[in-house]
Ligand binder design. Structure first.
Ligand code: SAM
Length: 290
């Protein structure tokens, strides 16, 4: 008999087959994230988000496997988690089956989102997930997190939250760091402040016009972040997060702690801060001694 439940299940099965829903993936989760509607159809906007998170998963999965080969109790902290799409998909596709002793921590300042994610994880039986109503900066010293975290992610964490996520990762001795930075206004603000003096140097033409100040500030910020990580012994892969068409901010920084701290990177970081007049205002943020 073709009952409404049979029909819904058939629609769901068709959606699972037609779209890129992975074998074994929780259909319940996809519904809860509003990727599948209640009657099992695809929600197009959310589906785009799913595609993007899958794309990022391709980069993150090998990092998780690398850690897991050494320790079963793999830990990951996702900063500026928002609705925790990334955390939930990582848990569903990887931790649930392959790292049942592992744990994902979602760090988020919006209490409503933390409560929502906590309730969703409980409903789905995702016991290895916790959500903490903390800023990234607060999470560094919070006793709710372990002293070491293996993998740190920060996906479009606003403004300087990405820099705090780097400080967190360094403090927690993270093996891998995955950053998709959001806009950062701090460097541009300092460049703007010193623009008049800077223009004695023809190179300051690079950031003279306001739009260039903003874009150059954002670019320099990521360069400083990269040097900071290299100075601390991380090897980097800086690339574009393709498939992220909805956002201008699609730079992906993958960092793995595999080498000795680089003195050269630290020196270059210092030189850029000095040259651009950023050292006084921003030195402490970027120049964390190795
Ligand atoms: C643009 S959303 C990105 C959400 C999610 N990572 C994603 O890509 O779907 C940024 C999130 O970071 C949170 N946030 C901003 N500043 C933060 C901070 N300093 N500490 C923790 N969360 C922060 C915001 O509340 C928001 O939910």
């Amino acid at each position: 008999m073709n009952t409404p439940v049979d029909k819904r299940k058939a629609t769901e099965k068709a959606a699972v087959e037609k779209y890129d829903v992975r074998p074994g993936q929780s259909v319940e989760l996809l519904k809860e994230l509003h990727i599948l509607t209640r009657d099992g159809k695809l929600n197009q906007d959310s589906r785009r988000k799913l595609k993007q998170v899958y794309h990022l998963f391709q980069f993150i999965e090998p990092l998780l496997k690398e850690v897991l080969a050494r320790k079963p109790a793999l830990t990951l902290a996702d900063h500026g988690a928002g609705k925790s799409y990334l955390g939930f998909i990582l848990y569903d596709l990887f931790f649930r089956e392959q790292a049942p002793q592992g744990h994902i921590y979602g760090i988020e300042t919006r209490e409503d989102l933390v409560q929502r994610s906590t309730a969703l994880a409980a409903r789905l039986g995702f016991q290895g997930m916790s959500f903490l109503n903390l800023s990234v900066a607060e999470s560094i010293d919070s006793t709710a997190l372990p002293a070491e975290i293996d993998v740190v992610t920060a996906l479009h964490a606003c403004n300087t939250a990405t820099d705090d996520a780097i400080r967190f990762a360094l403090a927690k001795n993270a093996r891998h760091i995955v950053l998709v930075p959001c806009c950062q206004a701090e460097v541009a603000a300092v460049l703007r402040q010193h623009k008049a003096q800077a223009l004695a140097n023809p190179l300051a033409e690079i950031w003279r016009h306001p739009i260039h100040t903003r874009e150059f500030g954002s670019h320099v910020t990521n360069v400083l972040r990269c040097l900071q990580l290299e100075a601390h012994g991380y090897q980097l892969n800086v690339t574009e997060l393709v498939g992220w068409e909805h956002s201008m901010k699609n730079e992906l920084i993958l960092a793995s702690r595999t080498q000795k701290p680089s003195r050269r990177a630290a020196e270059r970081l210092r030189a850029i801060l000095d040259e651009l007049g950023l050292a006084e205002a921003l030195g402490p943020r970027f120049f964390t001694p190795a």
